[in-house]
Design a protein. Structure first.
Length: 206
Protein backbone atom coordinates (compact mmCIF):
# COMPACT_ATOMS: atom_id res chain seq x y z
CA UNK A 1 0.00 0.00 0.00
CA UNK A 2 2.89 2.37 0.74
CA UNK A 3 4.26 1.73 -2.76
CA UNK A 4 0.85 2.40 -4.30
CA UNK A 5 0.31 5.81 -2.71
CA UNK A 6 2.82 7.72 -4.92
CA UNK A 7 1.18 6.27 -8.03
CA UNK A 8 -2.27 7.23 -6.77
CA UNK A 9 -1.04 10.76 -6.19
CA UNK A 10 0.27 10.92 -9.74
CA UNK A 11 -3.02 9.52 -11.06
CA UNK A 12 -5.03 12.10 -9.15
CA UNK A 13 -2.83 14.94 -10.36
CA UNK A 14 -3.15 13.65 -13.91
CA UNK A 15 -6.93 13.50 -13.64
CA UNK A 16 -7.06 17.08 -12.37
CA UNK A 17 -4.83 18.28 -15.22
CA UNK A 18 -7.05 16.50 -17.76
CA UNK A 19 -10.17 18.08 -16.24
CA UNK A 20 -8.61 21.56 -16.38
CA UNK A 21 -7.52 21.09 -20.00
CA UNK A 22 -10.93 19.80 -21.03
CA UNK A 23 -12.60 22.68 -19.27
CA UNK A 24 -10.43 25.22 -21.10
CA UNK A 25 -10.79 23.56 -24.46
CA UNK A 26 -14.57 23.43 -24.10
CA UNK A 27 -14.85 27.08 -23.06
CA UNK A 28 -15.99 28.75 -26.25
CA UNK A 29 -18.32 31.56 -27.07
CA UNK A 30 -21.71 30.44 -25.74
CA UNK A 31 -24.23 29.31 -28.28
CA UNK A 32 -27.41 31.33 -28.09
CA UNK A 33 -30.24 28.86 -27.73
CA UNK A 34 -33.10 30.93 -26.47
CA UNK A 35 -36.77 30.87 -27.47
CA UNK A 36 -37.83 33.33 -30.15
CA UNK A 37 -40.89 35.39 -29.33
CA UNK A 38 -42.94 38.21 -30.79
CA UNK A 39 -44.37 40.93 -28.57
CA UNK A 40 -47.48 42.73 -29.75
CA UNK A 41 -48.94 45.72 -27.93
CA UNK A 42 -52.52 46.66 -28.77
CA UNK A 43 -54.45 49.68 -27.55
CA UNK A 44 -58.22 49.51 -27.43
CA UNK A 45 -60.11 52.71 -26.66
CA UNK A 46 -63.13 52.27 -24.41
CA UNK A 47 -65.49 55.06 -25.41
CA UNK A 48 -68.08 56.31 -22.93
CA UNK A 49 -70.85 58.62 -24.12
CA UNK A 50 -73.79 58.82 -21.78
CA UNK A 51 -76.24 61.26 -20.29
CA UNK A 52 -77.38 60.81 -16.70
CA UNK A 53 -80.14 62.88 -15.11
CA UNK A 54 -80.58 62.75 -11.36
CA UNK A 55 -82.23 64.71 -8.60
CA UNK A 56 -79.84 66.48 -6.27
CA UNK A 57 -80.61 65.67 -2.66
CA UNK A 58 -81.42 68.59 -0.37
CA UNK A 59 -79.43 68.24 2.84
CA UNK A 60 -80.41 71.41 4.72
CA UNK A 61 -82.68 74.48 4.60
CA UNK A 62 -81.43 77.76 6.13
CA UNK A 63 -83.78 80.74 6.41
CA UNK A 64 -81.77 83.94 6.08
CA UNK A 65 -82.93 87.23 7.71
CA UNK A 66 -84.84 89.64 5.48
CA UNK A 67 -82.48 92.34 4.13
CA UNK A 68 -83.15 95.97 4.97
CA UNK A 69 -83.50 96.80 1.31
CA UNK A 70 -87.01 98.36 0.77
CA UNK A 71 -87.72 96.08 -2.16
CA UNK A 72 -88.06 93.16 0.25
CA UNK A 73 -90.65 94.95 2.47
CA UNK A 74 -94.27 95.94 1.84
CA UNK A 75 -95.02 99.58 1.03
CA UNK A 76 -97.85 101.82 1.96
CA UNK A 77 -98.19 102.65 -1.70
CA UNK A 78 -100.17 99.88 -3.36
CA UNK A 79 -98.56 100.48 -6.76
CA UNK A 80 -95.07 100.30 -5.30
CA UNK A 81 -96.00 97.21 -3.36
CA UNK A 82 -97.39 95.59 -6.54
CA UNK A 83 -94.22 96.38 -8.50
CA UNK A 84 -92.08 94.82 -5.78
CA UNK A 85 -94.30 91.75 -5.66
CA UNK A 86 -94.19 91.30 -9.43
CA UNK A 87 -90.42 91.59 -9.40
CA UNK A 88 -90.03 89.01 -6.63
CA UNK A 89 -92.52 86.71 -8.34
CA UNK A 90 -90.64 86.99 -11.60
CA UNK A 91 -87.36 86.14 -9.87
CA UNK A 92 -89.03 83.20 -8.15
CA UNK A 93 -90.42 81.79 -11.39
CA UNK A 94 -87.24 82.32 -13.41
CA UNK A 95 -85.49 79.11 -14.36
CA UNK A 96 -81.72 79.40 -14.41
CA UNK A 97 -79.48 76.81 -16.05
CA UNK A 98 -75.82 76.52 -15.09
CA UNK A 99 -73.31 74.56 -17.13
CA UNK A 100 -69.77 73.54 -16.29
CA UNK A 101 -67.32 71.44 -18.32
CA UNK A 102 -64.72 69.27 -16.61
CA UNK A 103 -61.82 68.43 -18.94
CA UNK A 104 -60.15 65.04 -18.37
CA UNK A 105 -56.75 65.88 -19.85
CA UNK A 106 -56.75 64.51 -23.41
CA UNK A 107 -59.33 61.80 -22.70
CA UNK A 108 -62.46 63.88 -23.07
CA UNK A 109 -64.92 65.89 -21.02
CA UNK A 110 -67.75 65.67 -18.50
CA UNK A 111 -70.41 68.35 -18.77
CA UNK A 112 -72.55 69.16 -15.71
CA UNK A 113 -75.79 71.08 -16.15
CA UNK A 114 -77.77 72.32 -13.11
CA UNK A 115 -81.21 73.91 -13.16
CA UNK A 116 -82.44 76.25 -10.43
CA UNK A 117 -86.15 76.97 -10.22
CA UNK A 118 -88.20 78.51 -7.39
CA UNK A 119 -85.07 78.74 -5.26
CA UNK A 120 -84.49 75.03 -5.62
CA UNK A 121 -81.87 73.05 -7.46
CA UNK A 122 -83.74 70.76 -9.78
CA UNK A 123 -82.45 67.99 -11.98
CA UNK A 124 -78.71 67.63 -12.51
CA UNK A 125 -77.58 66.39 -15.90
CA UNK A 126 -74.18 64.77 -16.46
CA UNK A 127 -72.99 64.29 -20.02
CA UNK A 128 -70.04 61.90 -20.36
CA UNK A 129 -67.90 62.04 -23.47
CA UNK A 130 -64.46 60.49 -23.04
CA UNK A 131 -62.39 57.46 -23.99
CA UNK A 132 -60.02 55.36 -21.86
CA UNK A 133 -57.11 53.46 -23.43
CA UNK A 134 -56.94 49.75 -22.57
CA UNK A 135 -53.44 48.48 -23.38
CA UNK A 136 -52.92 44.73 -23.84
CA UNK A 137 -49.51 43.09 -24.28
CA UNK A 138 -49.35 39.71 -26.00
CA UNK A 139 -46.16 37.64 -26.11
CA UNK A 140 -46.23 34.81 -28.66
CA UNK A 141 -43.41 32.25 -28.65
CA UNK A 142 -42.71 31.44 -32.28
CA UNK A 143 -39.84 29.05 -31.64
CA UNK A 144 -39.00 27.18 -28.47
CA UNK A 145 -35.42 26.60 -27.37
CA UNK A 146 -34.14 23.38 -28.86
CA UNK A 147 -33.02 20.69 -26.41
CA UNK A 148 -29.27 20.11 -26.36
CA UNK A 149 -27.00 17.25 -25.37
CA UNK A 150 -24.62 18.02 -22.53
CA UNK A 151 -21.49 16.28 -21.29
CA UNK A 152 -19.95 16.75 -17.83
CA UNK A 153 -16.69 15.51 -16.40
CA UNK A 154 -15.86 15.52 -12.72
CA UNK A 155 -15.63 13.24 -9.77
CA UNK A 156 -16.23 12.58 -6.09
CA UNK A 157 -14.05 12.06 -3.06
CA UNK A 158 -15.15 9.73 -0.27
CA UNK A 159 -13.63 9.45 3.17
CA UNK A 160 -14.13 9.71 6.88
CA UNK A 161 -12.93 12.03 9.62
CA UNK A 162 -9.40 10.62 9.43
CA UNK A 163 -8.60 9.65 5.84
CA UNK A 164 -9.66 9.95 2.23
CA UNK A 165 -10.68 6.45 1.21
CA UNK A 166 -11.71 6.65 -2.43
CA UNK A 167 -11.70 8.92 -5.45
CA UNK A 168 -14.29 8.40 -8.21
CA UNK A 169 -13.67 10.38 -11.41
CA UNK A 170 -16.49 10.09 -13.90
CA UNK A 171 -18.48 11.40 -16.82
CA UNK A 172 -22.13 12.47 -16.94
CA UNK A 173 -24.07 12.60 -20.18
CA UNK A 174 -27.39 14.42 -20.45
CA UNK A 175 -29.60 13.61 -23.43
CA UNK A 176 -32.05 15.89 -25.23
CA UNK A 177 -34.86 14.26 -23.22
CA UNK A 178 -33.14 15.32 -19.96
CA UNK A 179 -32.09 11.77 -19.09
CA UNK A 180 -28.70 11.48 -17.37
CA UNK A 181 -26.24 8.59 -17.79
CA UNK A 182 -23.21 8.20 -15.55
CA UNK A 183 -19.93 6.31 -15.93
CA UNK A 184 -17.33 6.50 -13.16
CA UNK A 185 -14.20 4.81 -11.91
CA UNK A 186 -13.59 4.25 -8.19
CA UNK A 187 -9.97 4.14 -6.96
CA UNK A 188 -9.25 3.26 -3.33
CA UNK A 189 -5.94 3.92 -1.63
CA UNK A 190 -5.47 0.21 -0.99
CA UNK A 191 -5.27 -0.38 -4.74
CA UNK A 192 -8.84 -1.58 -5.26
CA UNK A 193 -10.46 -0.32 -8.45
CA UNK A 194 -14.20 -0.40 -9.03
CA UNK A 195 -16.48 0.62 -11.87
CA UNK A 196 -19.88 2.22 -11.83
CA UNK A 197 -22.77 2.96 -14.14
CA UNK A 198 -25.78 5.11 -13.39
CA UNK A 199 -28.99 6.28 -15.05
CA UNK A 200 -31.30 9.09 -13.96
CA UNK A 201 -34.67 9.98 -15.47
CA UNK A 202 -36.40 13.32 -15.20
CA UNK A 203 -39.55 13.41 -13.07
CA UNK A 204 -42.10 16.02 -14.05
CA UNK A 205 -43.57 17.69 -10.96
CA UNK A 206 -46.83 19.58 -11.02
Amino acid sequence: MQKLKPYLTIVLIGILIIIILLQRSCTKEPIINEPTSVTQIDTIWKIKTDTIIKTVKEISVIHMPVPADPQYHPSDNIDTCKVRFDKLLKDMLTKRVYADTLKLDSLGTIVINDTVFMNKLGKRTKIYDYKIPLVTKTVTITKHAEPRRQLYIGGNIFGNNANIEMVTPGILYKSKKDNIYQVNLGVKFDGTISYGLGMYYKIKLK
